[in-house]
Design a protein around this ligand. Structure first.
Ligand SMILES: [Zn+2]
Ligand SMILES: [Zn+2]
Length: 272
């Protein structure tokens, strides 16, 4: 069996059990994953109010935007531009200056990569607590546009790990989030990471794109499955956006009609 040749036996069993464990953990009365209050929702409402306040973010790069101007300072809408929706997604100056539409359309991030979410993500990824997937997916689902994207897309694809990383960790945390968000639309083995790369955060901006050249590909026998479809990428942390952009380019080249992304946490922009 192909998977058996890639993973060790224990990693394979761990990966097979992870979605079941995640559902089981969600079904039981639980402790707040942040403040440990008991019994509680998986993340209690006090912690959500304190740490998951809605922040307006650029709809392309998911970086925070300045708060909107007070209503009395906003210029009246231009009557010659009736197509402009009053509540259209806001885009930051950097993304506006890029001009041509990027391969990736909307990109939504639920929370900043900061306390307490960075600690929860560490538990989720490195200490083998896949039961946190449902809780963290719940944060993603709370974003105002998230459910619309989940409803409208045809396929949900987790950003894949390299074989080396998958063997080391035993599961792909992005896959667990995708399965918690949209179990019937998630395809685990369609988008592939063809080789191991250095973390983007270790590289200067000029080298980040080069680092990911040709890194994503589609399962050769299934490459036509994305053609004409709206695809939603899911990842746990967005650091520079280059991985999501590169994956979106791969999908668009394979004929995807639209590619959007949902991520759990966004880091601040990295220096050049
Ligand atoms: Zn709490
Ligand atoms: Zn932006």
């Amino acid at each position: 069996m192909r998977r058996g040749s890639v993973w060790g036996k224990s990693a394979y069993i761990k990966a097979m059990l992870a979605p079941w464990l995640a559902r089981a953990a969600h079904a039981l009365p639980s402790q707040c994953a942040v403040c440990h209050a008991w019994p509680s929702q998986s993340i209690c409402s006090a912690c959500l109010d304190t740490f998951a306040t809605t922040q307006t973010r650029c709809s392309r790069c998911a970086l925070p935007l300045p708060p909107p101007l007070p209503a009395n300072l906003v210029l009246p809408a231009d009557p010659t531009a009736p197509g402009q929706a009053q509540h259209s997604p806001r885009v930051c100056g950097t993304c506006l200056r890029q001009g041509a539409p990027a391969a990736l359309g909307t990109c939504l991030a639920a929370v900043p990569y900061a306390y307490p979410w960075s600690g929860l993500l560490t538990r989720f990824k490195f200490r083998g607590e896949p039961g946190l997937a449902e809780r963290l997916a719940g944060l993603m689902r709370q974003m105002p546009q998230a459910q619309t994207l989940l409803d409208n897309c045809a396929l949900v694809l987790p950003v894949p790990l390299s074989r080396e990383r998958l063997r080391e960790r035993g599961f792909n945390q992005a896959l667990l989030l995708a399965q918690a968000l949209a179990p019937t639309k998630t395809e685990a083995h369609l988008l592939l990471r063809m080789r191991h790369t250095r973390p983007q955060s270790e590289l200067p901006r000029a080298q980040r794109l080069q680092n990911l050249q040709g890194v994503f590909g589609l399962e050769p026998l299934r490459a036509n499955e994305v053609a004409g479809h709206h695809v939603l990428l899911v990842d746990d942390v967005m650091t520079t956006g280059t991985s999501l952009q590169t994956a979106a380019q791969t999908l668009r080249q394979a004929g995807a009609r639209q590619v959007d992304a949902l991520v759990l946490a966004r880091t601040p922009d990295l220096p050049d």
